[in-house]
Ligand binder design. Structure first.
Ligand code: GLV
Length: 316
């Protein structure tokens, strides 16, 4: 592909790492023309591919010959939020081993953190207190993974090696080694009833919006822990605070929030045993992602099918 003959890659709301994406694409895909401002109308026809995280609503609709939109994250809700998103254009989600690995690290860290109640040790140290602490063996502890896609299955494989009892819940039936799998809304109460620690890795869809609410928490054993590395809009925040105050939820870690950054006056900052991480559970490795997207563009231009295309009706 020569620079003049090659299609342009249009950057649509690519977030705070825009300069990095620019630099890395220029390095790994020098044959692509990178465009980061909506060009005058006659030039828009040349915009064949777009890279997006949270595009401005209406922006992508103005590119009449768009062939594919590449999302910069595993979740594509920020792109699907545009009601004018061109209907027939394939949307590709990010599958990057670096992103998956980061999620695995985060989930192991947090599952072990809640399993071992490590905040008690930190608190004891802050008081120079030698506190003895006991905890159940992992095989007496049930961890429930919600979302059994690429990331959920990678996390399950690692938790298996720690010998936790694993349950999994997904929209459609899945079989995962070592995981007691549940599927669909009707099986949610049964799934939750034995989860000591719930790990939410679900995509944001109409079905998962607000799913973690008072009713959901009421199905969990008393004192269960919640870890949310899915999307903030899946949690009813007032219900979570109430469930923590009542002791139904014993501890929680949240990486994602209804409003990001989390406002300084948000009660989550002060809630005991609620741990906030700033939507940094993991991130897409720019070089690996740019290399993979370049390859997809080359393959697509040569008539090969795109990989990891989102089913827009499902939302992931
Ligand atoms: C991050 O939130 C992602 O969707 O990759």
């Amino acid at each position: 592909m020569t620079k003049t003959a090659s299609p342009a890659l249009y950057f649509a709301g690519i977030g705070s790492r825009a300069a990095e994406w620019h630099r890395v694409f220029a390095e790994v895909a020098p044959e692509l023309r990178l465009v980061d401002h909506l060009p005058p109308e006659p030039e828009r026809a040349g915009m064949r591919y777009a890279l997006a995280w949270k595009p401005k609503p209406g922006e992508l609709q103005q590119l009449p010959n768009l062939q594919a939109i590449f999302g910069l994250g595993a979740g594509v809700d920020g792109i699907l939020a545009d009601p004018t998103l061109p209907a027939g254009v394939p949307l590709v989600r990010m599958v990057d081993p670096g992103l998956t690995q980061g999620m695995v690290e985060y989930c192991l860290w947090q599952v072990l953190y809640h399993h071992r109640r490590f905040w008690e040790t930190e608190d004891a140290q802050s008081r120079r207190h030698w506190a003895e602490q006991y905890y159940p063996a992992p095989w007496d502890r049930s961890v429930g993974i919600m979302g059994l896609g690429e990331i959920g299955q990678a996390v399950a494989a690692h938790l298996t090696t720690f010998k936790f009892k694993l349950r999994g819940w997904s929209r459609s039936a899945k079989k995962v080694d070592g995981v007691d799998c549940f599927a669909g809304p009707e099986s949610l109460p049964a799934f939750l009833s034995a989860c000591d620690i719930v790990l939410c890795l679900l995509p944001l869809t109409t079905e998962t919006r607000g799913l973690l609410n008072a009713d959901f928490f009421a199905h969990l054993p008393m004192g269960a822990a919640i870890i949310n590395a899915g999307r903030g809009a899946q949690v009813n925040e007032a219900d979570l605070l109430a469930a923590m105050k009542s002791g139904r939820i014993g501890s929680a870690t949240l990486d994602v929030f209804q409003t990001e950054p989390l406002p300084a006056d948000h009660p989550f900052w002060q809630q005991e045993r609620l741990f906030v991480t700033p939507h940094n559970a993991s991130f897409t490795d720019a070089k690996a992602a740019a290399t993979a997207i370049r390859q997809q563009i080359l393959d697509h231009a040569a008539g090969k099918p795109l990989q990891h295309v989102v089913d827009r009706r499902r939302g992931y």
